[in-house]
Design a protein around this ligand. Sequence first.
Ligand SMILES: Nc1ncnc2c1ncn2[C@@H]1O[C@H](COP(=O)(O)OP(=O)(O)OP(=O)(O)O)[C@@H](O)[C@H]1O
Ligand SMILES: [Mg+2]
Length: 265
Amino acid sequence: MDTNAASVPARSSKLLVEHARKSFRQDSGAEISAIADLSFSVKSGEYVAIVGPTGAGKSVLLDCLLGLKFLDAGQIRVDGLPVENFVREKKGHITRIFQEDRLLPWLSATDNAAFGLQIQGVSQADRRKQAVRWLDAVGLSAFKDALPRELSGGMRQRVNIARAFAPNPELVLLDEAFSALDDVTASRLRQDFKALAQSQQTTFLIVTHSIDEAIFLANRILVFGAPARLMAEIAVPPLAWEDRVASDRIKDEVRSLIVAGARPG
Ligand SMILES: Nc1ncnc2c1ncn2[C@@H]1O[C@H](COP(=O)(O)OP(=O)(O)OP(=O)(O)O)[C@@H](O)[C@H]1O
Ligand SMILES: [Mg+2]
């Protein structure tokens, strides 16, 4: 276990976050820090979970990783490039699966799954072909023409998974992707998501409040305090989710770190 939160990450990382800071000015005029001197790195092919108290800046960080928000200080690099350059040069190679369903209600499952391919300049015929292949891969062959409102929450999240993988992404970001689903559906989707990520050799970063989910999906858990800073990195041994003693030990440690890292009040 490495609890040396100040360690400087290697340059060869897939993703490098170095001394990141971000604050927001609230309506009251007060400034609130969302990310405070955060550094960590993710290697290619790694599966990393971020856990931390509510309001710890985890979702703000993911927006910064997608190039949707900008840091006040520090840097984010993907494949050695500043994230803004990576996003511009390698369009659609960072994708996301969020808790809220981001499907376009007027588009079929196929057109929704094909959505990320458009910005990559893929022809319409190839977009449809690839989207259908991915809908097959997530078990939705029979629902290619269905509109989002005709699908269950689990099926819609399957379309989101297809959409996230279709552009052949290098990095997939998940933010509470399975937490709005019942336990059985969530567990199936986690298994299917992990199998797809393994088959595609995709690196992923998952934000979750479920420590069980983090143990199942990740090789490494980053525990954040609030505002976002690295409190600890915990290695997840292979098959730890099947080992009650190992997973309970990780859960106890993560829980006590989250309590210690929460904002007062
Ligand atoms: N656009 C914004 N304007 C002002 N403050 C913001 C904005 N976005 C986020 N914040 C603040 O930044 C902090 C971090 O928010 P964020 O949503 O990233 O937390 P989180 O770790 O994702 O929490 P949760 O686990 O509840 O999803 C919060 O205090 C939030 O109020
Ligand atoms: Mg959040």
